[in-house]
Design a protein around this ligand. Structure first.
Ligand code: HEM
Length: 423
């Protein structure tokens, strides 16, 4: 949740950065130059405009995500305003926004449900979904010679997959996407009043939808993840009704927002370097090539840029003291371009190895959906490149958001070079 500006640190000499403003469209379009300049200053800086500490290096971001004295701590919005009630409990009862011991309990139950083979079983369905969407993509390309891969492919694919996983009707994907987008808009800087109302309404409708679906599965179990979540037991423990709904809403949100943007950002990075694109096209049948490509897509232009924590005690962090109650933000995009860890970090190197990026986070909140996200991105990237061959970006429109970084539109066309799609 976005913090109110905190008090500037007193009694210590610290680097203060005003090198970037998250509301500045130029920074949102191309943040990496300013983040590199901030990294030159110090690994941890006080950001005057945000009123919190920010990390600029890989080590500092990793340390923040792993330090148990730095927790995900929510400030309820509903105090004095009932319209936020559902929004608040959807977050307070979710695994992502809880801390031990509640987090440990929820993670065990949710991970237990995931471990029942649902993701591995989904592989052929993901391939079918990708292939069906690519039929439409090709039809549009035949007609217009260009296609927006975000709208036609990247957006529907992960929502359809998460619907399959949970056993939600795939016909509902559009409304689920709309609810989820309304909620995640609250994670950006200063959402306006209309966005706040949209998020409140989305939470109410989304929660009722999931409650009804969970009730159906309780009386008529299926072989989906939702049924496993309804049935999951750890000794005498189980998810409470609110925890169940909060988990499903989180999975539907987390399960696709980052995947859409991870695909779009990564594809744009790959296509920006035709030499790299052609090298990948030549070796698409090698699973290792596609695995390394996807890791580099996630590193080079990460879909999630900022995760904040609140200090529960004074914490020494790379030369500064984060005082109890202050917030510190791990900047994942900055970490993933740190030259101390990644040689030539601004270069998209599809065969980079090792690639210890932090796009999925680190520590106790490390992404629970990483195996699904990786499988989905590997299948969808390979399928698109196999079908379309050498393509190039002809129009790219960024979303105006920093925390969730992605494209509004990414229009591609067959490359002006030789047609390779039939090779
Ligand atoms: C490219 C796609 C994805 C990226 C980059 C991503 C990234 C992340 C990151 C950075 C976190 C940690 C947040 C923090 O430390 O505060 C996280 C947590 C989480 N992600 Fe993902 N994610 C992706 C896809 C998915 C998918 C497909 C699912 C579900 C099916 C999912 C479910 C979750 C859950 C449940 C958590 C919370 C884990 C916890 O708090 O213990 N994610 N994700």
């Amino acid at each position: 949740m976005w913090p109110l500006p905190g008090a500037r640190p007193v009694g210590q000499s610290v680097g203060v950065t005003d090198l970037f403003d998250l509301r500045d469209p130029a920074f949102v379009t191309e943040p990496y130059g300013a983040l590199a300049a901030a990294r030159e200053q110090a690994p941890v800086l006080w950001h005057e405009g945000l009123g919190l500490w920010v990390t600029t290096t890989h080590t500092a971001a990793n340390d923040v995500l792993r330090d148990r004295r730095l927790g995900r701590i929510l400030r309820p919005r509903s105090e004095g305003d009932d319209a936020w009630t559902t929004f608040d409990w959807l977050h307070a009862d979710s695994i992502l926004d809880s801390e031990p011991p509640k987090h440990t309990r929820l993670r065990r139950l949710v991970a237990g449900a995931f471990a029942r083979g649902h993701v591995a079983r989904l592989r052929p369905r993901v391939e079918e979904i990708a292939s069906g969407l690519l039929d439409d993509v090709e039809r549009v390309l035949d007609r217009d010679s260009r296609v927006d891969v975000i709208a036609a492919y990247a957006e529907p694919l992960p929502v359809l997959v998460i619907c399959e996983l949970l056993g939600a009707p795939t016909a509902d994907w559009k409304v689920l996407r709309d609810w989820s987008q309304a909620i995640v808009r609250m994670y950006e800087v200063d959402p306006d009043a209309a966005s706040q109302r949209d998020a409140q309404r989305a939470c109410d409708e989304f929660a009722s939808y999931v409650e009804a679906l969970a009730a159906e599965r309780a009386s008529a179990p299926g072989d989906d993840l939702l049924t496993s979540l309804v049935q999951e037991r750890d000794g005498g423990d189980r998810l409470s009704p609110r925890e169940l709904v909060a988990t499903v809403v989180l999975l539907l949100n987390a399960g696709h927002e980052a995947s859409v943007n991870g695909f779009g950002n990564g594809l744009a990075s790959l296509l920006a370097d035709p030499g790299e694109r052609d090298a990948v096209l030549d070796r698409l049948d090698d699973a290792g090539v596609v695995e390394r490509l996807v890791e580099e897509m996630l590193r080079h232009d990460s879909p999630l840029h900022l995760f904040e924590r609140t200090a529960t005690a004074d914490v020494e962090l790379h030369g500064v003291t984060v005082r109890a109650g202050q917030k510190v933000a791990a900047l994942l995009g900055a970490a993933n371009r740190d030259p101390a860890v990644f040689a030539d970090p601004d270069r998209f190197d599809a065969s980079r190895e090792p690639n210890p990026h932090l796009a999925f986070g680190a520590g106790i909140h490390f992404c629970l959906g990483a195996p699904l996200a990786r499988m989905e991105l590997q299948i969808s990237t390979r399928a698109l490149l196999e079908r379309l061959g050498a393509i190039e970006v002809v129009e790219a429109v960024r979303r105006p958001t920093f925390v969730l970084r992605g494209y509004e539109r990414l229009v591609v066309s067959p490359s002006a070079g030789p047609d390779r799609s039939s090779e």
